[in-house]
Design a protein around this ligand. Structure first.
Ligand code: G6P
Length: 480
């Protein structure tokens, strides 16, 4: 089998789950990357290479042959238990994730983790080299696989290789801490095009390449000694806006949103947070801000409730476990202090839901609260806007989410400033229909014009224009 478009991402869009009867089933994977790439894959005929979750040395042996789920061709790459600890939980999520998110948590540096990162990146590169057709386009995604472009180019110089980073790319002051900074930059330079969420990420990358690798650069271009040029450009990611809008008007979803409001006791206002349970998301501070508003009498629990959905994530990583305990304790304390019978201040759900349930929640919520300390984009903010077909509802959004660059009409907040967040929550809570409509209409226009299809098309078309000598596509001119 060979494909003209190969997507390479650490995770497949589905996770393998084994039921009590030993039967293997598939469950949708969490996170923004999967939400964004899935519609791109459905529209085309590529193959997606990724990890199906679980350890390959424990689970019943998984064939590595590509297979189909929901109309997508998927090619699994297995990880052993040790690789899950060292490559995935370790280097990807214990070293890179905090460095790339402003050091919201303290990164750890371990040489064995790096070795495992190199080994797993090699495996992904080899798999892509096997599955890509002659002259194919390979699109590599995210921080777990930054060495793949270089490794793959060495194996298959005929390919057109793009790389996209879904999370922020840090300023040089932070990136320089990495003992393997040069290798990571060289890994990325194997691509023809390196895409980032925001212009700042692309600029950080080009500056680092100049300073640390010593290549010549000009604006968004890097000139390599072998004659290749690498482009670094921003491509802000988006969502399937029309798909979410259709979901939000689906009769079942509408009925479910009314049921949610009823189940919550028909409060006048519902505040909503939906996040992976991650320390970058600012869940703790946001719940405290809400609780203080209740405590001070600005908000009454008979009148409003905060629904917080925390999607389980990276549960074996120490910092994520501690965060879960902190949030559990905080919610317990707030509800114990401020709730009344049948009226908790916070309705807390530690669970992952299908798209239909998310759309029903977005429809039911009056104030969506998205307050990460640092976030590449944050697609939840965009999904909320897409689902507000009545052109109402308020979005309170962190300045430090990539989405804030486009959704200027949200109530923008600094998530480190609790008083500022309280003021914004209160304003959003009290805003009148005219104000809400004005803001929401403008944000909906933005999301419609720039959906995930536009994002993928623009990345792939810029990648298609890069004129590097891809062995087979450039032949010496014939003499006449
Ligand atoms: C973010 C990252 C993705 C990642 C997702 C879920 O969206 O950018 O690369 O897949 O989180 O995290 P997980 O560790 O469960 O794959």
């Amino acid at each position: 089998m060979s494909a003209d478009l190969v997507i390479v991402a650490n995770r497949l869009p589905v996770d393998r789950v084994t039921g009590p009867d030993g039967q293997v089933g598939w469950r949708r994977s969490p996170g923004g990357l999967v939400s964004a790439i899935e519609p791109v894959m459905r529209a085309g005929s590529g193959v997606w290479i990724g990890w199906p979750g679980g350890a390959s040395d424990e689970a019943p042996a998984l064939s590595t042959e590509p297979f189909e789920v929901d109309g997508m061709r998927l090619a699994p790459v297995g990880l052993t238990r040790a690789e899950i600890t060292e490559f995935y939980e370790g280097f990807s999520n214990g070293t890179l994730w905090p460095i790339y998110h402003d050091l919201v948590a303290k990164p750890e540096f371990h040489r064995e983790w790096w070795d495992s990162y190199v080994a797993v990146n090699n495996r992904f590169a080899e798999r892509a080299a096997e599955l890509a057709a002659e002259g194919a386009t390979v699109w590599v995604h995210d921080y777990q696989l930054q060495l793949v472009p270089q490794l793959l180019r060495a194996l298959r110089p005929d390919l057109r290789i793009g790389f996209y980073l879904h999370i922020p790319f840090p300023p040089p002051e932070l990136f320089q801490q990495l003992p393997w900074r040069r290798q990571l930059l060289e890994g990325l330079l194997g691509a023809d095009l390196v895409g980032f969420q925001l212009p700042g990420g692309a600029a950080n990358f080009v500056r680092l390449v100049r300073q640390r690798v010593g290549h010549k650069t000009h604006r968004d271009l890097v000139y390599l000694p072998d004659g290749r040029t690498v482009r670094a450009e921003p491509f802000p990611i988006s969502i399937d806006a029309a798909g979410f809008e259709a979901l939000a008007t689906d009769a079942g979803v509408v009925a479910r949103s009314l049921e949610i409001r009823r189940a919550l006791g028909e409060p006048r206002r519902i505040f909503l947070g939906i996040d992976r349970l991650d320390y970058t998301k600012g869940i703790y501070a946001r719940l405290r801000a809400f609780a203080e508003l209740v405590e001070e009498g600005h908000i009454d629990v008979e009148d409003a409730v905060f629904v917080q959905v925390a999607v389980p994530s990276r549960e074996q990583v120490e910092q994520y476990r501690l965060l879960r305990d902190d949030i559990d304790r905080l919610v317990g304390r707030i509800n114990g202090d401020l709730g009344r019978i049948g009226r908790p201040a916070i309705s807390y759900l530690h669970a992952s839901y299908p798209r239909e349930e998310m759309a029903a929640l977005y429809r039911a919520a009056d104030v969506m609260v998205v307050t990460p300390y640092r976030d590449g984009m944050n697609l939840v903010a965009k999904e909320y806007v897409a689902c507000r077909v009545g052109e109402d509802g308020a979005l309170v959004l962190s300045e430090f989410a990539g989405a804030a660059d486009e959704l200027r009409q949200a109530w923008l907040v600094n998530p480190y400033d609790i008083n500022g967040m309280k003021a914004a929550l209160l304003e959003a809570y009290n805003a009148d229909g005219k104000e809400l409509g004005r803001r929401m209409r403008a944000m909906r226009r933005t999301i419609r014009q720039h959906d995930v299809k536009a994002w993928a098309d623009s990345f792939l078309s810029v990648l298609g224009e890069v004129s590097n000598p891809h062995d087979k596509s450039v032949r010496p001119a014939r003499r006449s």
